[in-house]
Design a protein around this ligand. Structure first.
Ligand code: ZN
Length: 109
């Protein structure tokens, strides 16, 4: 989709915090494609926590959230803008296209 929109990008840059899935150097923007459960997409039904082993999952998922927040902060310090695309958004191609266009325009200013 990014290609069809004319954006140039690279995949999985291990030199940047969090190893972003997609890097757009020209826009100083990285994109993380996040699973709704593992990264706890707020308000998404796919992010509901299991009702068994509650403590285990709370620790694990809270740690994932904290790590994501830390990565985004570290990227900010390096002047990179972060964009998160959620797993559930991948199904809505039109919505995703609009989100990418509007976010990338903002980060280009
Ligand atoms: Zn979701």
């Amino acid at each position: 989709m990014l290609h069809s929109l004319g954006y140039r990008f690279r995949l999985h840059n291990k030199k940047l915090p969090g190893t972003p899935d997609i890097v757009l150097p020209k826009y100083k923007t990285v994109i993380f494609v996040h699973g709704c459960f593992w990264h706890q997409h707020k308000g998404c039904r796919k992010s509901r926590r299991p009702s068994s082993n509650v403590e285990f999952w709370n620790i694990k998922l809270d740690r994932n959230i904290a790590r994501d927040v830390g990565n985004i902060k570290d990227l900010e310090k390096l002047n990179w803008n972060s964009l998160i695309v959620w797993q559930c958004e991948l199904k809505d191609e039109e919505g995703l296209r609009e989100k990418l266009i509007s976010e990338l325009q903002l980060s280009n200013k």
